[in-house]
Design a protein around this ligand. Structure first.
Ligand SMILES: Cc1cc2nc3c(=O)[nH]c(=O)nc-3n(C[C@H](O)[C@H](O)[C@H](O)COP(=O)(O)O)c2cc1C
Length: 469
């Protein structure tokens, strides 16, 4: 069975303004977790909508590189949703305008964050205690978005605490202010992440408003996804923590919501392939953002644990020998310390070999076996492949080199930087092609896909003609 979806589950689609959220499954915003590569992965697994990590609207934070990154809509996402956090209506309106300029296609307001003080003021779920101010914020943001075609959405909890639940009132305010959808995490702020999710409270919001409601909280299985929809009548569901290390859950939830069979857990081969792809995408993205390789690798550790710890636990339940388990645990520990993608890649394979899933994993990179692989695995490979193609790695490398080059220039201006960089890339490329083709210009021109005259001109320009190199 194929865990990946075709995007045609119309039965579960719902609209957010002009956008259609296919399949009804939304990836929750999780600061520090749902970065661009993870969001992209989850969309490949069928998330109809993914929401960016909360971005502060406060002026001093808005100037930071992190906030700018979070305010930037994913270029490959036609529904790129950016989430804003703040308590000042004018600042929130400015941030909404900035987010749209940076590619946001949906602007979400955070009334759910339980942190006591974020960005210097009580905001997030604290605003559920101040509905008048929350209303002002929503109206200011809606006003800023007028004429842009970008809808506003709002994410909230059920209330501040058990004695002051007001999600229904706040959702009605949101609807009046022009929100195109609301998400309700079925807990109060006082509960933070403990205690049960109250589906009846979400259902009350669904009954009260006529805009789509997305139900959120503790959806960790296809059965929980179904129960959430059945008990709340919500238009869609939002999955947060359980998607970490388990993007398959999104595809599984989407399947059962569409009335299809649950495609089940991934096998080891598929798991390994996806961890590798995610690792490659993660590294390419963060290194393109200027992170050193070891820092980019370090920020993948939490994902790795989330992917592999359940595999270890399952192997123990399946009766995997103690020595093997211990060795796998050691590899896992080493994996999360690994500082480079290459080291992590090797250890990953070892990890799966160690817990006895070698038959499934040892041939992952073998073309013949890939051709014989089940259709489901091939689908994963094919769909994820475009996101990790050589261009990503090459772009990341070029960006890193250019950045270090610019640093070396130490602010010197007026140099023909473009030409210098292009020349610096061109020379080794020409040298390589000529070497590869035994200095035969015709063959080198063919290899590079340029005509022979162009090649000659370039060789001359670089002093590479007539054996000068
Ligand atoms: C690490 C972490 C970071 C989160 N960051 C955000 C955030 O940036 N914005 C937001 O609205 N909610 C945030 N949340 C809350 C989630 O979006 C979600 O509402 C909550 O985790 C409940 O859903 P779940 O039970 O499926 O995880 C965060 C939750 C976690 C665990």
């Amino acid at each position: 069975m194929n865990t990946l979806t075709t995007g045609t589950d119309a039965g579960r689609a719902f609209a957010i303004g002009p956008h259609l959220v296919a399949g009804g499954v939304v990836l929750a915003p999780m600061a520090g977790v749902t970065d661009a590569p993870f969001r992209s992965l989850c969309r490949a697994f069928g998330a109809g909508l993914t929401v960016g990590e909360m971005a502060s609207s406060s002026a001093h934070l808005a100037a930071s590189e992190m906030t700018r990154r979070r305010m930037t809509g994913d270029a490959d996402d036609p529904l790129a949703a950016v989430q804003l956090l703040g308590a000042d209506p004018a600042q929130m309106a400015r941030a909404a305008t900035a987010a749209v300029a940076l590619g946001a296609k949906i602007v979400d307001i955070n009334f759910g964050c339980p942190a006591r003080v974020v960005c210097g003021k009580a905001c997030g779920s604290a605003l559920m205690r101040e509905p008048a101010l929350a209303g002002e914020i929503m109206r200011a943001v809606a006003h800023a978005l007028e004429g842009t075609g970008v809808p506003m959405t709002v994410k909230m909890r059920t209330g501040w605490d058990e004695t002051s639940k007001n999600a229904v009132g706040l959702a009605l305010l949101a609807e009046q202010a022009g929100a195109a959808a609301v998400t309700v995490h079925g807990r109060t702020r006082a509960q933070r992440f403990t205690g049960g999710v109250n589906r009846a409270d979400i259902a009350a919001v669904v009954r009260a408003v006529s805009i789509p409601v997305i139900a959120n909280g503790d959806i960790d299985s296809p059965a929980a996804a179904l129960a959430m929809i059945r008990e709340t009548g919500a238009a869609g569901i939002m999955i947060g923590r359980a998607a970490r290390g388990n993007p398959w859950l999104i595809a599984r939830a989407r399947a059962v919501l569409a009335g299809r069979d649950d495609p089940g857990e991934p096998d080891a081969r598929e798991r390994l392939a996806v961890v590798r792809r995610h690792l490659a995408q993660h590294m390419a993205y963060w290194m393109a953002q200027g992170r050193e390789e070891r820092h980019a690798a370090a920020s993948f550790r939490a994902h790795l644990r989330a992917y592999l710890q359940p595999v270890l636990a399952q192997a123990a339940r399946d009766g995997c020998g103690e020595q093997r388990l211990e060795r796998a645990a050691q590899i896992l520990a080493r994996l999360v310390r690994d500082e480079t993608q290459a080291a992590a890649g090797e250890d990953l394979e070892q990890f799966f070999l160690c817990i006895g899933q070698d038959k499934l994993t040892q041939t992952v990179d073998n073309k013949d076996s890939r051709e014989n692989a089940p259709a489901r695995f091939r689908a994963v490979e094919e769909i994820l492949q475009p996101g990790v193609n050589i261009n990503d790695a090459f772009s990341a490398l070029v960006v890193r080199r250019v950045e270090s080059y610019m640093r070396d220039l130490e602010g010197v201006r007026g140099l023909p930087v473009y030409e210098m960089i292009v020349t610096a890339c061109e020379r080794p490329l020409l040298t390589w092609a000529m070497d590869k083709c035994g200095r035969n210009q015709k063959a080198a021109a063919q290899l590079l896909g340029i005509n022979r005259n162009t090649l000659r001109k370039k060789l001359r320009l670089h002093g590479l003609l007539n054996g000068e190199f």
